[in-house]
Design a protein around this ligand. Structure first.
Ligand code: PHE
Length: 488
């Protein structure tokens, strides 16, 4: 509408001298007209010159006088023909109008003071101040003297307007064609593209936010790690049992029953069902024996192994429980086949929750089961695996696990943090664990485990684990997290 008015006006008239007046005349806001002018100017349809214009506007006080009359006129009108005492008049008018009005009315020689009495000096007066304020308010020009008086009395102030004067530009048209946004097959076939104006690409425009599902950062990193395992020829183990028996979680791993990790301070035990009925009897017998008196070249722990302890149900404390079940299943096959297995899933520990610990987290675990494997193989596989994660500087430190010998903690040099950080735990499963399962004697298992949270926190620069996992996670963080690419 405004565009038609501007272009139409310029068709017959030389220029629009003041955009403010023009906006008022066509009934649009100056802001709206200004936006239009900028767009028309951009296309060189109009030439726009910035102008500044000054005008006087009424102050709040000025507006009150325009409506109610000036204090001096009010003062005059309040005086009866016979006069009135100062105090009565003051009471009638209020102190403020009385003070302002008495001065101005006296200056105008409208009134006289006779002792305590105020009297009219003329018969009638014209409220010029009220009249001139109304004229200024409607945009009329008034003389300098009057302006100066009103300015001094703070009844008007100067306002500066920025506006434009307009004339036709080099590409002036009386009606603007709407530019096409797409070149279609129809345009090409009909040939009408030759006469069309196309909208230019705005390469700085931001793409709209896609409202879709978002992967949690842990899932993004998990997928990357999963891909690494798959590239290295590993198969995924079924980890869909959070509840496990102590037997598979501890006993089968040659972890003695009085080991501190088996205390309720460290492990969540189940109340219902509190115990497991189904355990493989033969195997259970061999596990009992190896704990009590050893065998397979071992002395065992020399204690009285209790079935009730092995039957206790718990929330698995590591995914190595799953690895153990898988190795046992492998041992039950007629002929041994080498395997590479991995899993990434949740585990539970009765830990005090702090910035870096939760009572549940995710473990990444990998294992290779084959004949004649050595510690050298383990180191080689770890170097391959971790370099794919972007960690190629590794160091190993001797460690202890009840189920591995030798055992090694894995450290990686973090360039960002400028220090060695522990990234995992590893080892070769003990004969006391593998031989009771029935695996051939020359079969070894090399294995390692790490948490999913630790690398995710390092990758995404998160220092408090509660910002990553749990009810306090900011959903916007999940939405705006960059794509995860490991090892680049
Ligand atoms: N189960 C170990 C842990 O919870 C990780 C591990 C897996 C260690 C395999 C050695 C071998 O930390």
């Amino acid at each position: 509408m405004a565009e038609e008015a501007v272009l139409g006006f310029l068709q017959t008239k030389e220029h629009i001298s003041d955009s403010h007046e023009f906006a008022a005349s066509i009934g649009v806001s100056h802001t709206e007209l200004e936006n239009l002018i900028k767009s028309l100017k951009g296309f060189q349809i109009v030439d726009a010159q910035e102008i500044t214009r000054e005008s006087w506007v009424l102050t709040e006080e000025g507006k009150t006088y325009m409506v109610n009359g000036s204090p001096e006129a009010l003062f005059f009108s309040a005086i009866p023909p016979e006069g009135i005492s100062r105090s009565n008049l003051k009471e009638k008018l209020g102190a403020e109008i009385f003070d302002l009005g008495s001065k101005a009315a006296a200056k105008n020689k409208w009134i006289t003071f006779e002792k305590d009495l105020v009297k009219r000096k003329v018969e009638s007066v014209q409220d010029e101040v009220k009249n001139v304020l109304a004229r200024i308010n409607s945009g009329e020009a008034v003389g300098d003297q009057v302006i100066n008086d009103l300015k001094r009395r703070k009844l008007i102030i100067k306002q500066t307007w920025k506006g434009y004067s307009l004339k036709k530009g080099p590409k002036y048209v009386s009606k603007r064609k709407k530019p096409e946004t797409d070149l279609t097959r129809e345009h090409i076939v009909s040939g009408d593209w030759k006469n069309l104006e196309f909208k230019e690409y705005n390469l700085n425009a931001e793409a709209p936010q896609i409202q879709a599902g978002y992967l949690h950062s842990l899932l993004e990193v998990r997928e990357q790690i999963q891909n690494i395992f798959l590239e290295m020829g590993f198969e995924e183990m079924p980890t869909n049992n959070f509840v496990e028996s102590s037997f598979w979680n501890f006993d089968a791993l040659f972890q003695p029953q009085q080991h501190p990790a088996r205390d309720s301070h460290d492990t969540f035990f189940l109340e219902t069902p509190a115990s497991t009925q189904n355990l493989p009897e033969d195997y259970l017998g061999r596990v009992k024996l190896v704990h009590e008196s050893g065998g397979y070249g071992s002395k065992g722990y020399g204690y009285d192994w209790k079935r009730e302890e092995a039957e206790k149900n718990l929330l698995r404390t590591h995914t190595t429980a799953v690895s153990t079940r898988m190795l046992y299943a492998l041992a039950q096959q007629d002929t041994f086949t080498p395997k590479r297995y991995y899993s990434i899933d949740r585990v539970f520990r009765n830990e005090a929750v702090d910035r870096t610990h939760l009572a549940e987290f995710h473990q990444i675990e990998g294992l290779i089961c084959d004949r004649g494997l050595t510690l050298g193989d383990l180191i080689g596989v770890l170097e391959d695996f971790f370099s794919r994660l972007g960690m190629s500087k590794l160091r190993f430190k001797p460690a202890y696990n009840p189920y591995t010998e030798p055992s090694m903690e894995i450290f990686s040099y973090h360039d960002g943090l400028q220090k060695w950080v522990e990234v995992g735990n590893s080892g070769m499963f003990r004969p006391e664990m593998l031989l009771p399962m029935g695996l051939p004697e020359d079969v070894n298992v090399i294995a390692w485990g790490l948490s999913l949270e630790r690398p995710t926190m390092i990758l995404y620069g998160i220092s408090n684990i509660r910002d990553l996992f749990g009810p306090k996670v900011d959903f916007n963080l999940i939405k705006s997290n960059p794509i995860c690419r490991l090892g680049l």
